[in-house]
Design a protein around this ligand. Structure first.
Ligand SMILES: *[C@@H]1O[C@H](CO)[C@@H](O)[C@H](O)[C@H]1NC(C)=O
Ligand SMILES: *[C@@H]1O[C@H](CO)[C@@H](O)[C@H](O)[C@H]1NC(C)=O
Length: 424
């Protein structure tokens, strides 16, 4: 200490230390005006726990937003605000290739060669309000696996995990959350005899099965969510293989929903048309609409840009193209990524418009006539504490891929102290 004082008095060190002190003091004031869960949407943050409920600390370099700020990471479950309507009146968030998770370990021993679509576990997706899962199922290793593959065949370098592992996560969620409804859409390459029936039964999901015989034909309304919960028919499963409906009682997807073209033709601005397997939007024979909103090649660092203004535009385009049918499922890659509200705001707006004629679900009032909305949206966003199912985000988004390094106050302090000690 004495040596240091001497040096400070006798050299440029004093100037340097003062400069650093002023510099970092300014930095602290600027960045850490909030912390420990008090930071609001879009406010600068430093660690995962700085942001309020339902948010995490992220960024969006693809839009030039490199400094971390609080980003929404949880959905508002629409039935927690307006309950009791037919299932097909609501919009739900759906994850495309929910199982294709960045950094998922290889269970086959082979180096995986494929692309990824999500960043957190299916359990976490469900806790954050995802209610639809797109799963690709294949015969593999005398079992059924979730796999990203080609020519209908799963290889050890394209395999992710046995389907039962993920289905058990869904079972755990449904049993812990007795009022929640989950939809699974299968891209189905399973040919083994009653393969799907066996794996769903083994996972304990048969007890939540919504019977295909009760699914509405000819564009009629679905049962109400209240009825579905009361009867414990809280799992909807759709397959892309039409033969399974007669053989196994698993609904053939395009008999019950229309769907737009996924991939790049589908996300071309201004264009929304049905994929070839789907009936035309105006057929009126299906009462649900699955809106795909993802590029053919998922790019982690672009997702935040995709989940900003262009998403709202595309919802409008699809709504018009379908003759004013609000999509029931919004299917995306990297659902957590956005420049603020992201897919969560989009779904809130879709539900607000469809359920009560308000600009967002949080403006809906129970029992009020359509279009009579809460006038003021609180300026500070906090996710409504609506259902016990709302979990907390584990924070993996900041830890994967391109995301900016998040410096904690402690590491800055250590850096500052170490600079001072070097000078002294
Ligand atoms: C993956 O499959 C190939 C061909 O089927 C085989 O040669 C290879 O040994 C397998 N790799 C592992 C790690 O099992
Ligand atoms: C919003 O948050 C700021 C501090 O971040 C606070 O001063 C203000 O009162 C809050 N406004 C509302 C409406 O809660």
């Amino acid at each position: 200490m004495r040596r240091c004082n001497k040096q400070i008095q006798s050299s440029n060190g004093f100037f340097l230390v003062s400069f650093l002190f002023v510099f970092f003091a300014g930095f602290f004031n600027f960045t850490f005006s909030c912390s420990d869960g008090t930071c609001q949407l879009m406010e600068a943050c430093a660690t995962a726990t700085d942001c309020g409920v339902g948010m995490y600390c992220g960024n969006c370099p693809a839009l030039g937003k490199n400094q971390p700020f609080c980003v929404r990471g949880q959905a508002v479950i629409p039935t927690s605000i307006i309950n009791g309507l037919p299932f097909n009146k609501y919009t739900w968030l759906m994850t495309h290739n929910a199982f294709s998770i960045v950094d998922a370990p290889s269970l086959t021993g082979a180096q995986r060669i494929t692309f990824y679509n999500q960043e957190d576990t299916v359990t976490n997706q469900l806790r954050n309000g995802v209610r639809g899962l797109m799963l690709d199922m294949y015969d593999f290793e005398n079992d059924i696996w979730l796999c990203h593959s080609f020519h209908g065949q799963c290889f050890n370098f394209t395999a992710f995990l046995p389907a039962i592992n993920t289905l058990r996560e869904v079972e755990a969620f449904l049993s812990q959350n007795p009022t929640e409804i989950v939809t699974i859409v299968i891209e189905d390459y399973v040919h083994s005899q009653k393969g799907l029936t066996r794996v769903f039964t083994a996972a304990g999901l048969d007890k939540y099965w919504f019977p295909v015989s009760d699914m509405p034909k000819k564009g009629r309304d679905w049962p109400t969510v209240t009825d579905m919960v009361r009867k414990n028919e809280r799992l909807l499963v759709f397959t892309s293989d039409s033969s399974k409906e007669a053989d196994e009682g698993i609904a053939y997807q395009w008999r019950y929903m229309v769907e737009n073209e996924p991939g790049d033709p589908g996300v071309a601005a201004g264009s929304c048309h049905n994929r070839k397997e789907s009936k035309p939007f105006n057929s009126k024979s299906a009462s649900m609409f699955l809106m795909n909103y993802f590029p053919t090649m998922p790019v982690q660092s672009d997702a935040c840009k995709e989940h900003s203004a262009p998403l709202a535009d595309m919802v409008g385009v699809c709504y018009k193209a379908s003759g004013n049918m609000m999509p029931n499922f919004l299917a995306v890659n990297y659902y957590m990524r956005s420049d603020g509200g992201g897919v969560f705001d989009a779904v809130d707006r879709m539900n607000g418009q469809a359920l009560c004629g308000c600009s967002t679900i949080t403006q809906c009032q129970v029992g009020a006539p359509r279009g009579v909305c809460k006038s003021s949206v609180p300026s500070n966003y906090t996710a409504p504490q609506t259902t016990t199912s709302a979990g907390s985000f584990t924070g993996s988004v900041q830890l994967t891929g391109y995301s900016a390094k998040i410096y904690s106050p402690k590491s800055w302090l250590l850096f500052f102290l170490s600079v001072v000690s070097l000078i002294c």
